[in-house]
Every structure is written in structure tokens, then in C-alpha cells.
Design a protein around this ligand. Structure first.
Ligand SMILES: [Zn+2]
Length: 667
């Protein structure tokens, strides 16, 4: 038996702290998994039950997956090179092992299929158990287990090769991001605040160092008045992991195309979307076209507005388009000039500690749960906060690690990383879950605490939405726990909770000036909300470009020129933006790898549902615990144990609609 998890110490024990430990932990995990799978296969068919076959498989896979998650988390957050390297190597070994032992194991498939077809109807199974059988059988078939042996061997090799390429692609992004630095002189930083400049690193010759981490990048592109500085940093940013990732991406596309055809699909996109809410690439395409038809006219109007009033020194290209390194600067200038709106001023009202406190108090009331920061040091860094989440009856729902500031070699985006699945036990008790919230917010400086821009606060709510889905989604089957839902539904809870940060009362409640404690003044909140849709046309168009890129890369065909494909989409959908030949953003577009693949559309797709639910909840009150508990119990608590459409229908009492989505965007 694997150790049971109750306290935070139990969770922390799972993090390897030495490189040597990683190997032995992985070896143990593989040995246990192999034994358990062998036990399942060895059961005589006439003795198969849900418990000894289906549930045993679920538990074996989840125990293995848990070890894998802890080791993998080190590749995202560990500052120690030795540990990170050992973890990267081991994660690959584990993923190959998973292919052989679980997803492509023909004997296991036969045992499982035999139980489903011959014995499952003899037992009284609940809906979650039935759904587990259906889904697992479907996944086995999708993995090609009904194909002849020779084909299967080939598939296995392809999957292993893909896993290696995907890992290398992701690692290249974080490693190269750490190395990409430019140095500039003091006058080349004009427009940026003293405080920001004083906190920058210096090169040996006294120049100022600018990295491509998000806080620095955003700040420089928004505020630096010197075009050459913005341009140099932009070029560095859009060339992260270029050129090494170019050939990796080509290889991934070719391999995935062959894999999908081997499995009997027209294309990888067809294979990848088959199991999703959307079901087919055609339906996704139709969905994206419907949105772009409404977003493009708005985006064009937005551009006209900026064009009529460019900041001094900013010029368009001879073709009349904007240079991409000027775009954020133009927008920030316009907002400052016409609305007296400055993200930096707003940020003074969102110091990290106060924001976190406010976020806790909102969730506590709405979802009827409690947060407590534990006086515990996370094993990998002292900046990480450790939070315990409990339910109203005192049971621990789980533990969260908040790793919020940029560091060299750390994962460069924001995400929630589940570590331990929350489980509902047969006796009604709950086994707590655990996970890490990763973000890259501005660090505290010499004389200021960490101040979050409103965008950062929204990101925080977003990732916390995933985290609570993870902890409150305690299901019977570990494979359904928390965020283990369809990929085009997984962004629903996170995007829904973002909306709290666009509500006047909630913003007021959360804000507090870092020096005076004063709430954000009404006029600033009103302006901020009014500006929500100010550039929604362009933002959505940009999302559509990414979604279509991810879809088009994986349409039928082994060879794609992704740079050309992305540039063509850009020219068509964002005609006011100059397309630069040196832009290789696709090389750092990590979503093209494992997890999303062709499914980047899932953000927009699940946002439609997020807005529909939010609209419904808002009518009842954003702090109303009655509707909050209903949401918690009907949606979050179910994890992936029911089809998403069913959860939505049960909660809404009707079919979902897209009105709220379009209204919210001002289309
Ligand atoms: Zn998300």
C-alpha cells in the first residue's frame, strides 16, 4: 500500500530533495505499478469485479501518476540544476513506462474489456462507475489497442519519441527564456519608473539588464518610450526557443500525423478532438469563424481609434500597419491620455498579501470553505506559501503551494499543477488533494511590496479557479478527480472566477492601497470596468489566431510551414498589425505540445460556458453561499465523473447559451 495522505507533512514527504532519491523513487513506483497491473491481468475472468479490475486499475494508475507529478513538478520549479536535470530524465523514463504498462498494454486491455463485456452487468454500478468503464474502454481503443500487434509496436515507439520531443520543446522555452537578456543604458529606459529601474540587474560594464520574464516584458513594452529598447526586447521575446524548437515542432507535426493515420483518423486534429465536447475539427472551425466574424469589425474600430491619436514619435509602417513592439505602448498611452488610466496606479491598490486575503475571503464566503496559511517551508524555495483548505465541517479538502514570483529556470507562465488527486472514499470521508499554483508576479522591491496589476489579479483568480476545482473535485475514481475533465471544459471554472474581478463590489472589497489601506476609488473602478471591452476585439482575434494555428498545424499532412501559417492567419485576421519575418512565436507556443495540441480553442470554447454560468450566478449574488454551494456540489465536486454537458444542464436547468459571452465582449 502507498502511504495515505492526511497532513501537509505527508504531502511534503513526496517531494524528492536529492537527485539520487529521484531514481529510487521512480524505480519503486514502476515496480509497484508493474506488480499491480500484473495482479489485475492474472485474475481469472470469471472472478472479475469492478473493484478488482476497474478500481484496481484506477488506483494503480493514480499511485503511479502521483509519483510522476511530484517528480515532474521539480522540472517546473526547482532552482537546483542537478535536481531539475535528474527529474527531466526520469519523467521521460516514467512516460515510456506508462505507455508500455498502462496505455498500450494489450493484456491489460483484454482483461478490462473482458470485465466490461462479460461481468460488469452482474454488478449494480453507480453512474460514475459506468462512466469510468465507458471512458476507459474508449481511451484504450483510441490508443490503438484493437489494432494488430505490429502496428501497436510502431505506435508505442511513436509515442515515446513524441514524449521526448515534447519535453525538449518545453525545456527549451524555459532555458532559453532565462538566457535571453539584453542590456541597455539609462537613457534607453526613458518612461520607466525609478523604482523599476533601480531594481534591474546590472552587467559588469554598468548597463541595465532586461530579461524576457513576463513582468519585465509587459512593463517595458507598455511604458518604455525608446523604440529601440522595446523592439530589442520584443525580438527576444518572440524568438524564445528559436531556432532549436523549429525542427522539433516539424518533427512533432509529422509524427502526430502518422500516429493519427495509423489509428484510422484523417488527421491528428480529428484524433485529438474526437474525445472532446466539440467532437470534430469542423465544429471547432465553425465556432471560431462565428466568433471572428463578430470580433474582427470591433478590432478594426479599435485600431481606427488608436491610429487617430498616436503618441509622439510613433509611426505606422508605409503600409499603414502597427509595428508589433509599438502596440502595447500605443494602447497604454491612449488609456493614460483619454481615461487618465494607468495600470501602475491601479497596482498600488493590489499589494499581494492584501489581495490574497481578499481572494480567500471571497472564496470562503461563496464556496463555504476556509483557508489557512501554514507555517511550513516548501521544500524547493522559501518564497512559496503553503495553504490548507478546509470545508465548513472541518475536513481538510487539500493543500496548495503558491509559487508566485519569477526565478531563473522556473516555468514562465501561470498554471495550476495538480499533485495528489482529491478522493471520495467509500465511507464518505475525503482524501485531501494537493497542487501548486505557479505564477510570475512582480517581486517586492526595496521599498514596495509585490504590487499586482489588475491583469495579474485576474490571472490569480483564474489559477485559483483551477486549484479549487482540483481540491473540491473529490471523486470516487482518481482518474476523474478535480481538473481531470475534458480539455475543452477545463478552463470553465477558472475563467468563470476571473469574472469576480470585473465586478465593482468585488474589486472594491479586494483592493487596499499599499501605503494608506484606502479602497480603490469609485471613478477608477468605473473606468476600469468601462475599459474591459476597450480592446476585446483585438484580444479575441489574437486568441483566434492561436486557436487556428493550433488546429491548422495538426490538420491532415505531415509537413507544415508553421511560421508561414501563423503569419498568414495574422495577416488575415489582424490586418492592422505588421507581420514581421523575424517573428517566431510558434517556437515558444508551449500549448502545441502535450495537453493542448490542436485544442487551444478550448479557452474560447469553455469561456462561453463560463460566462453563461457567471451570468446566472451573478443574478443570485456573487457572495451568495446558497448558489455558491450549488455550484460547488453540482459542478466542481463532480470533477470529470460526468460529461460536461450534463453538469452544465443540471446547474443551469436548461441548455447552455452563448448570449452572455457575446454580450460580455461588447460584440
Ligand atoms: Zn487555465
Amino acid at each position: 500500500m502507498s502511504p495515505t495522505v492526511k497532513t501537509i507533512e505527508d504531502v511534503i514527504r513526496f517531494f524528492p530533495v536529492q537527485a539520487e532519491e529521484i531514481d529510487s523513487r521512480a524505480a519503486d513506483a514502476m515496480k509497484r505499478a508493474r506488480e499491480r497491473v500484473q495482479e489485475i491481468i492474472a485474475i481469472p475472468d470469471e472472478q472479475r469485479t469492478f473493484d478488482n479490475t476497474a478500481k484496481a486499475l484506477d488506483r494503480a494508475a493514480s499511485a503511479f501518476y502521483r509519483e510522476n507529478s511530484f517528480i515532474q513538478s521539480l522540472t517546473f520549479v526547482s532552482p537546483l540544476e542537478q535536481l531539475r536535470f535528474a527529474a527531466q530524465k526520469t519523467v521521460l523514463t516514467l512516460s515510456e513506462f506508462y505507455v508500455d504498462t498502462f496505455s498500450q498494454n494489450k493484456a491489460l486491455y483484454k482483461a478490462f474489456k473482458n470485465y466490461v463485456e462479460q461481468r460488469s452487468f452482474l454488478e449494480r454500478l453507480n453512474p460514475e462507475e459506468h462512466y469510468y468503464l465507458e471512458e476507459t474502454l474508449k481511451h484504450f481503443k483510441q490508443a490503438g489497442l484493437s489494432l494488430p500487434d505490429a502496428d501497436q509496436e510502431e505506435l508505442k515507439l511513436m509515442r515515446k519519441e513524441l514524449a521526448k520531443l515534447e519535453q525538449d520543446f518545453e525545456l527549451e522555452i524555459s532555458n532559453d527564456s532565462t538566457k535571453r537578456l539584453i542590456t541597455v543604458t539609462r537613457p534607453e529606459l526613458e518612461g520607466l519608473t525609478e523604482d523599476f529601474i533601480n531594481d534591474l540587474g546590472r552587467s559588469t560594464d554598468g548597463r541595465f539588464v532586461l530579461g524576457v520574464d513576463y513582468p519585465t516584458y509587459k512593463r517595458v513594452l507598455d511604458d518604455c518610450a525608446v523604440e529601440s529598447t522595446r523592439r530589442a526586447l520584443w525580438e527576444n521575446f518572440v524568438n524564445r526557443a528559436y531556432p532549436p524548437n523549429e525542427s522539433r515542432l516539424d518533427a512533432v507535426i509529422a509524427l502526430r500525423d502518422r500516429l493519427a493515420r495509423k489509428l484510422g483518423y484523417k488527421s491528428y486534429a480529428d484524433y485529438d478532438i474526437d474525445d472532446q465536447m466539440a467532437e470534430t475539427p469542423e465544429r471547432v472551425e465553425q465556432f471560431l469563424n462565428e466568433i471572428s466574424g463578430r470580433a474582427m469589425p470591433k478590432a478594426a474600430k479599435e485600431f481606427e481609434r488608436y491610429k487617430a491619436d498616436l503618441p509622439a514619435g510613433i509611426t505606422l509602417t508605409p503600409e499603414g500597419t502597427v509595428k508589433p513592439w509599438d502596440w502595447h505602448f500605443i494602447k497604454a498611452y491612449y488609456k493614460k491620455k483619454h481615461f487618465d488610466f494607468d495600470d501602475r496606479v491601479i497596482a498600488q491598490y493590489f499589494p499581494l498579501d492584501k489581495t490574497l486575503e481578499g481572494l480567500f475571503s471571497i472564496y470562503q464566503q461563496f464556496l463555504d470553505i476556509k483557508f489557512k496559511q501554514l507555517p511550513v517551508r516548501a521544500p524547493w524555495h522559501e518564497d512559496v506559501r503553503v495553504i490548507q483548505v478546509t470545508k465548513a465541517d472541518g475536513t481538510v479538502a487539500g493543500y496548495l503551494f503558491l509559487d508566485l514570483f519569477p526565478r531563473p529556470h522556473k516555468y514562465t507562465h501561470a498554471c495550476f499543477m495538480p499533485l495528489i488527486p482529491a478522493l471520495k472514499n467509500a465511507d464518505g470521508s475525503v482524501t485531501p488533494g494537493a497542487g501548486i499554483v505557479i505564477a510570475n508576479f512582480p517581486k517586492p522591491t526595496h521599498d514596495q511590496p509585490s504590487l499586482l496589476m489588475h491583469d495579474d489579479v485576474v490571472t490569480f483568480f483564474h489559477e485559483f479557479g483551477h486549484a479549487l476545482h482540483g481540491l473540491l473535485g473529490a471523486t470516487e475514481m482518481a482518474g476523474f478527480s478535480g481538473t481531470s475533465v475534458k480539455r475543452d471544459f477545463v478552463e470553465m471554472p477558472s475563467q468563470m472566477l476571473e469574472e469576480w474581478m470585473w465586478d465593482k463590489e468585488m474589486i472594491k472589497r479586494l483592493s487596499g492601497h499599499y501605503q494608506t489601506g484606502e479602497k480603490l476609488p469609485d471613478n477608477l473602478i468605473d473606468t476600469m470596468i468601462m475599459l474591459k471591452n476597450f480592446d476585446s476585439g483585438d484580444l479575441i482575434v489574437r486568441q483566434i489566431i492561436l486557436a487556428k494555428t493550433s488546429l491548422d498545424c495538426f490538420k491532415a499532412g505531415e509537413h507544415k510551414d508553421v511560421t508561414a501559417l501563423m503569419h498568414a492567419l495574422q495577416e488575415k485576421l489582424r490586418p492592422y498589425m505588421a507581420t514581421m519575418p523575424e517573428d517566431h512565436f510558434e517556437c515558444s507556443f508551449g500549448h502545441l505540445m502535450e495537453g493542448y495540441g490542436s485544442k487551444y480553442y478550448g479557452y474560447l470554447w469553455s469561456r462561453v460556458y463560463a460566462l453563461d454560468l457567471f451570468d446566472t450566478i451573478k443574478r443570485e449574488g456573487l457572495l451568495n453561499p446558497v448558489i455558491g454551494r450549488k455550484y460547488r456540489d453540482i459542478v466542481l465536486a463532480q470533477g470529470g465523473s460526468r460529461p460536461p454537458q450534463e453538469l452544465l444542464r443540471t446547474f443551469l436547468g436548461r441548455e447552455p447559451r452563448s448570449d452572455a459571452f457575446f454580450k460580455d465582449l461588447g460584440f
